[in-house]
Ligand binder design. Structure first.
Ligand code: C5P
Length: 403
C-alpha cells in the first residue's frame, strides 16, 4: 500500500499520456496522493480537467503562474512529494533532464527536486534508439534515475519495437517498489566494481580482466532491496545499473579515495578487480620502442589494498565488509587465508580457471567463506548470485540491528 505517499506526476506530451490517467487511478487505489503536472505538450493529449478530476488535486501547468508562486512555489512543489514520476517521459523530456534544462514548470521541478525520479519512457522506436537518446538515458541512469520500461510493441505511429510505454499497473508496481522500500531501505551500501587502469604512459596501462558484470548485478540487487547504493566503478564493459549513485574512477588510488569519500556505510562489497601494481612514476610521454632486443624497464609499486584498508579501519568501519577472491587453485584454502589476512567479514570465492567460463561469462559458482564456515552455492546466473548475496546482506544487517 502507498498510504500517505505523495507522487508528483509529470505528464509529458505523447499518445501514451492517456494511459497515465489510468496510472493516477491505480495509484490512488493503492492509497497514494497524486499531484499532476502537465507539460504544455501534455495538455494536447489529456486535459487538465481529466487529470485533476482523477487525482482530486489541482493540476499544475505553467511555470509563471504568479498566484501559484505566492501559494506554493515550484521548489516546494518539487520537494513536497516522496517520488517524482515522469509518464510518458518523451525524448524531449529525457533530453532536458539529461542536460539540466529548466525552461518550463516540469523541467524546473525536475531540476529543483531532492527526491528520487522514476521515468516511464514512451517514444517512437527510432527516437528511442537514436544515439542522442542512448546518451541521455546512460546519463540519467548514471544520475540514479529509475527507469520503468520502455517495452516493445506496436506503436501509435505504426512502427514496432522498443519505445512503447509500459502498462500503468507495471508503472504503479515500479513506483511502489521505489516508495515502499525493501529490507535494506535506510541502509547505505558501497560497492566497488570493474577493473582499475593504471597508466604506464599516456597510451598504455596495466589492468586485471573484469567485465564488471558481477559487481553491477550486486549493486542492482542491493538497490532493488531498497539500499542507497554508492557504486564506485573502474572502466567496466557493462553499464552501471539504475537507481544507484555512480562514481567513475580509473586507478586504484582514485578508487580508494572515492571509497573513503563515500563512507560511512552500513556495508561494503568489494567486487572490483583492482590492479595490484601501478607504475612508480607513469611516463608523461609515450614510451618509444627502443629497438630490437631491448625493452623498457617498468618500475612498479604496490597499490593500496582497498578491501584491507577499509576492513582494518579503527573507526567508521562498515559493519559488514565483503571481499571477493578470484582463484585458480585451492579456492577455499586461499579464500580462507585471504579473509583472515584482509580482515573482512565474508569472502565470496570463485574459481576463475579459463575452463570454468566464469570470467567474462554470465554464470558464477561461488563459495561464501565466513568466520563460522563455508557455504557452497551451486552454479547460477551472476544476477542470481547477486540477488542471493543481497538477501544475505539484508539478513546479516537485520540480525546485527536486533542483537
Ligand atoms: O588480494 P586479491 O586481489 O585477490 O583480493 C581480492 C579482493 O580484494 C577483492 O574483493 C578486491 O576487490 C579487493 N582488492 C582491493 N584492493 C586491492 C586489491 C584487491 O580492494 N588493491
Amino acid at each position: 500500500m502507498l498510504a500517505g505517499k505523495r507522487v508528483l506526476l509529470i505528464i509529458g506530451g505523447g499518445v501514451a499520456a492517456f494511459k497515465t490517467l489510468t496510472l493516477i487511478r491505480l495509484l490512488r487505489e493503492r492509497g497514494a496522493e497524486v499531484v499532476p503536472v502537465l507539460t504544455r505538450a501534455g495538455t494536447e493529449f489529456v486535459t487538465p480537467l481529466s487529470a485533476s478530476a482523477l487525482a482530486a488535486e489541482k493540476v499544475h501547468t505553467d511555470l509563471f503562474d504568479l498566484t501559484e508562486e505566492a501559494e506554493m512555489g515550484h521548489i516546494e512543489l518539487s520537494r513536497d512529494a516522496d517520488l517524482v514520476v515522469v509518464a510518458p517521459a518523451t525524448a524531449d523530456l529525457l533530453a532536458k533532464m539529461a542536460h539540466g534544462l529548466a525552461n518550463d514548470l516540469a523541467s524546473t521541478l525536475l531540476m529543483a527536486t531532492d527526491k528520487r525520479v522514476l521515468v516511464a519512457p514512451a517514444m517512437n522506436v527510432r527516437m528511442w534508439e537514436h544515439p542522442a537518446t542512448r546518451r541521455n538515458v546512460a546519463q540519467l541512469q548514471a544520475d540514479g534515475v529509475i527507469f520503468a520500461g520502455p517495452t516493445e510493441g506496436a506503436m501509435a505511429c505504426g512502427e514496432f519495437g522498443p519505445g512503447r510505454m509500459v502498462e500503468p499497473d507495471e508503472i504503479a508496481d515500479a513506483i511502489a517498489a521505489a516508495l515502499e522500500g525493501g529490507p535494506l531501505s535506510g541502509r547505505h551500501i558501497l560497492v566497488t566494481s570493474g577493473p582499475t587502469h593504471e597508466p604506464i604512459d599516456p597510451v598504455r596501462y596495466i589492468a586485471n580482466r573484469s567485465s564488471g558484470a558481477q559487481g553491477t548485478a550486486i549493486a542492482a540487487a542491493l538497490a532493488g532491496l531498497g539500499a542507497q547504493v554508492t557504486f564506485i566503478t573502474g572502466p567496466a564493459e557493462v553499464p552501471p545499473p539504475d537507481g544507484v549513485t555512480v562514481v567513475r574512477v580509473n586507478t586504484a588510488a582514485e578508487m580508494l579515495a572515492a571509497v573513503e569519500d563515500a563512507l560511512p556505510a552500513d556495508a561494503a562489497v568489494f567486487a572490483a578487480a583492482v590492479a595490484d601494481w601501478r607504475m612508480a612514476a607513469a611516463a608523461p610521454h609515450k614510451i618509444k620502442k627502443l629497438g630490437a632486443g631491448s625493452q623498457p624497464a617498468l618500475d612498479f609499486v604496490e597499490n593500496p589494498d582497498i578491501l584491507a584498508t577499509v576492513s582494518q579501519r579503527r573507526s567508521g568501519r562498515p559493519r559488514l565488509v565483503v571481499g571477493f577472491a578470484a582463484e585458480t587453485d585451492d579456492v577455499i584454502a586461499n579464500a580462507t587465508a585471504k579473509r583472515a589476512r584482509k580482515g573482512c567479514d565474508w569472502i565470496v570465492a570463485n574459481d576463475v580457471r579459463p575452463e570454468t567460463g566464469i570470467m567474462g561469462g554470465s554464470e558464477n559458482a561461488v563459495h561464501i567463506v565466513r568466520e563460522d564456515g563455508v557455504e557452497d552455492w551451486p552454479r547460477m546466473p551472476k544476477h542470481e548470485v547477486a540477488r542471493k548475496l543481497a538477501a544475505r546482506i539484508a539478513e546479516a544487517l537485520a540480525a546485527e540491528a536486533e542483537a
